[in-house]
Design a protein around this ligand. Structure first.
Ligand code: 9WN
Length: 441
């Protein structure tokens, strides 16, 4: 971690190719992650995309977040997909006809006239809103950007605190693997085994039209994803501990919540309000993260499966992302830095220099299958922030360089083989371009 920094390669062509991805994916009010595989607006994608888009157009970056927040439900949840009505119904599964947000979500306050999913994704939004504001504070003030977004972001965090603290100890639980954003992480294999899969043949996977089956989740996983989502929908998206067969406290989800709560404090302060409640909540989340999910033996955070109330013995990169949270105890930071550069994640050791999504030594490691090994750019961007925050500047510089080099060399791949850099999933992927652009700035 202490080696000298290599300079970040810069170049007009890298910038212009990243810019052209973001321009071509812009719909007029938001950005799609992929023109083929994901032709709608996704929640945490939009947050990361806004972070890159601010380098190109702070106005569009504001619109990105405003559009997403415009689909917020009355109970405060920000849905994981906002559907574009202009896209043909079969282009993505599960689509609006599956989620039926207008009917099944009515009691939870799903908005009229906008089709959305009913689950959520990691709360990166307040962090994104603050970074977007900072990129052009004058434009932000003139448009009343923060003043309009603040109540919505506070209500979003309120939903997670009031409806998702299913373990009762101050952390938010995810109730579907898609909510973690790391869909087929090996951490979910155990908890998901309890879920009744939807019958084979009862749905058609649109993702396999655009993605290689060997790089995507298996059919068996998909059956369970669909069964679990259908069950939540049929219970009108109600949240009670008893209603969720899958309920897990995920380190990355809660780390983003703590980081975003700090951002909400900055937002409140810039609006002339008190930041104190947000700072207190961020502090309480950080303490709960350490108390509930820190595992000293592994030197990283682990997921907690709330059904048996036990830690899941799998090392996902999710357990390293709390490095982005300010104010961690020193021994925790030291152990996280050791784990990152040790044999399980090998920071900087492979030819890409990127951190894989799952333990290189883990029994379930698969270098090309989605969240079971490949490196993802939003994850590495978050780790880069964490390294920088805790003084590992040289390692942060190297990681930023690796993000830029591999993102551009792979044609802005959705994910890559962490060791070889081989492009996987869709190309021209939204947040890959956005993270490259942010690192270039
Ligand atoms: C389900 C859009 C999303 C990302 C997730 C990624 C993938 C969807 C899918 O694509 O999930 O939400 O169909 O596989 O796992 O992180 O937000 O890019």
């Amino acid at each position: 971690l202490g080696a000298p920094a290599t300079p970040i390669p810069t170049g007009r062509s890298q910038r212009s190719s990243a810019v052209s991805v973001l321009l071509s994916h812009w719909t007029g009010s938001g950005t799609v992650p992929s023109l083929t595989l994901y032709p709608h607006q996704w929640s945490w994608d939009s947050a990361f995309i806004a972070i890159g888009l601010r380098r190109l157009s702070p106005y569009r970056a504001q619109r990105e977040l405003e559009t997403l927040c415009g689909a917020q439900w009355g109970d405060g949840r920000i849905p994981h997909i906002v559907f574009n009505p202009a896209v043909p119904p079969g282009a993505y599964f599960p689509g609006p006809a599956f989620w039926r947000s207008g009917q099944a979500g009515a009691a939870a306050g799903a908005p009229a006239g906008i089709d959305t999913s009913g689950i959520v994704q990691p709360p990166v939004h307040a962090l994104a809103a603050w970074l977007v504001h900072e990129s052009d504070p004058e434009l932000s003030r003139r448009r009343g950007f923060l003043a309009r977004l603040y109540p919505r972001l506070a209500a979003w965090h309120g939903y997670l605190a009031d409806h998702r603290d299913l373990g009762g100890q101050g952390l938010a639980a995810v109730v579907h693997p898609w909510e973690s954003g790391m869909d087929n992480s090996p951490c979910w294999d155990g908890p998901l085994a309890r879920v009744e899969p939807a019958p084979t043949g009862s749905f058609r996977r649109a993702d396999l039209t655009h993605g290689a089956a060997a790089d995507r989740p298996t059919d068996e996983d998909y059956g369970r994803y669909v069964g679990l989502a259908a069950r939540y929908r049929d219970q009108h998206y109600r949240d009670t501990a008893a209603s969720h067969p899958f309920a897990v406290e995920d380190p990355a989800f809660n780390a983003f919540l703590a980081v975003s709560e700090h951002a909400l404090a900055s937002i409140a302060q810039s609006l002339g309000r008190s930041p104190v409640p947000h700072r207190a909540r961020a502090g309480a989340l950080t303490e709960a993260l350490v108390a509930r999910l820190w595992d000293p033996q592994s030197g990283q955070f682990l997921c907690r499966d709330l059904v048996p109330d036990a830690l899941v013995a799998e090392r996902s990169v999710s357990g390293l992302l709390p490095l982005a949270v300010p104010g961690l105890p020193d021994p925790v930071v030291r152990a996280l830095l050791d784990t990152l550069s040790g044999p399980h994640f090998d920071l900087g050791a492979g030819s890409t220099g990127l951190v894989p999504s799952y333990d290189l030594l883990g029994g379930a490691h698969d270098a090309s299958r989605y969240w079971r090994g490949p490196a993802w750019f939003n994850v590495n961007w978050t780790l880069e922030r964490g390294l920088r925050q805790y003084g590992a500047r040289a390692a942060a510089d190297r990681l930023a360089g690796a993000i830029l080099t591999t993102a551009t060399a792979s044609g802005f791949a959705e994910y890559v083989d962490a060791r070889t850099g081989q492009a996987l999933g869709s190309r021209d992927f939204g947040w890959t371009a956005a993270m490259a652009l942010d690192v270039l700035a």
